[in-house]
Design a protein around this ligand. Structure first.
Ligand SMILES: N[C@@H](CCC(=O)N[C@@H](CS)C(=O)NCC(=O)O)C(=O)O
Length: 214
C-alpha cells in the first residue's frame, strides 16, 4: 500500500488528490508541523530533507518532490485522465506547464512566506516580501493569460494533473479573493476542480485538520 506523509496547506495536497483520483488504497500519515514533527528523527529517517510530501511505495522505496510524486503515480497507475501518455500530442505542453507550476510559481511562494531565508539581515524581510508578492502575482498572471485564452483547464477542455496542482497553489494565496479577482481564468479552473469528488475530499480533509477534528 502507498503511504503519503501529509500536512495541511502544504505541497502534499497534490499527491493526496492524485491518490484520491486514482481510487487506490493508501495510508495518510499526518506530519504535525505545529509540533515540528517534520524535523523529528523518525520523520528525517523517511525524508532527510525534513519536508512534506514524502510517498512510501508498496516496495518500501520513498519518493519526495510533489510534482515528481504526482507524475510517478499518474504513470505507474496509468491515470491517463491526469497525465497525458508519452505519445499524446499534449504531452509536451503538459510537461512545460507542470515544470512551470512546480519550479517557478511554487518557488515564488517561498520568498513570500519565508523572506528571512533570503537575506542575512532580518531588516530586509519586509522589502523581500513586498517584491516577492509582486513576483508571485506576475507568475499567476502568466497562468491567467493561458487559462483565459485556452481554458477552462490548462489543456483546454481536458482536465489534468496541471489543474489539481493549480488548485493546490491557489489555496496558498491569501487573501484568495485577491487572486481570483485578478485572475478570473484561474478562479474558473479552481471552481471546476474543487467540484470533483476526489478533490472535494482532499479539501475537506484540510478543513477538518484546521478545525482540530483530526
Ligand atoms: N519542492 C518540494 C517542496 C517541499 C516543501 O518545501 N514542503 C514544505 C511544505 S509546502 C515543508 O515541508 N516545509 C517544512 C519546513 O520547511 O520545515 C516539493 O514540491 O515537494
Amino acid at each position: 500500500m502507498y503511504k503519503l506523509f501529509w500536512a495541511e496547506g502544504t505541497a502534499s495536497f497534490a499527491p493526496h488528490a492524485v491518490l484520491e483520483e486514482a481510487g487506490v488504497a493508501y495510508e495518510l500519515a499526518v506530519v504535525d508541523f505545529a509540533a515540528g514533527e517534520q524535523r523529528s528523527p523518525a520523520y528525517l529517517a523517511v525524508n532527510p530533507l525534513g519536508k512534506v510530501p514524502a510517498l512510501v511505495l508498496p516496495d518500501g522505496g520513498v519518493l519526495t518532490e510533489a510534482a515528481a510524486i504526482c507524475l510517478f503515480l499518474g504513470e505507474r497507475l496509468q491515470l491517463t485522465h491526469l497525465v497525458p501518455a508519452l505519445d499524446d500530442p499534449l504531452r509536451g505542453r503538459f510537461l512545460q506547464d507542470l515544470f512551470y507550476l512546480s519550479t517557478t510559481l511554487q518557488e515564488a511562494y517561498k520568498r513570500v512566506y519565508y523572506p528571512r531565508r533570503f537575506s542575512s539581515d532580518p531588516a530586509d524581510a519586509p522589502r523581500i516580501q513586498a517584491r516577492a508578492r509582486e513576483a508571485l502575482m506576475e507568475c499567476w498572471q502568466a497562468v491567467e493569460r493561458h487559462l483565459a485564452a485556452e481554458g477552462p483547464f490548462h489543456l483546454g477542455d481536458r482536465f489534468s494533473l496541471l489543474d489539481l496542482y493549480t488548485t493546490m497553489l491557489a489555496t496558498w494565496f491569501t487573501p484568495q479573493d485577491e487572486l481570483f479577482g485578478a485572475c478570473p481564468g484561474v478562479a474558473a479552473c479552481h471552481r471546476e476542480v474543487a467540484q470533483r469528488p476526489a478533490v472535494a475530499r482532499c479539501l475537506s480533509r484540510q478543513r477538518q485538520v484546521s478545525v482540530g477534528t483530526s
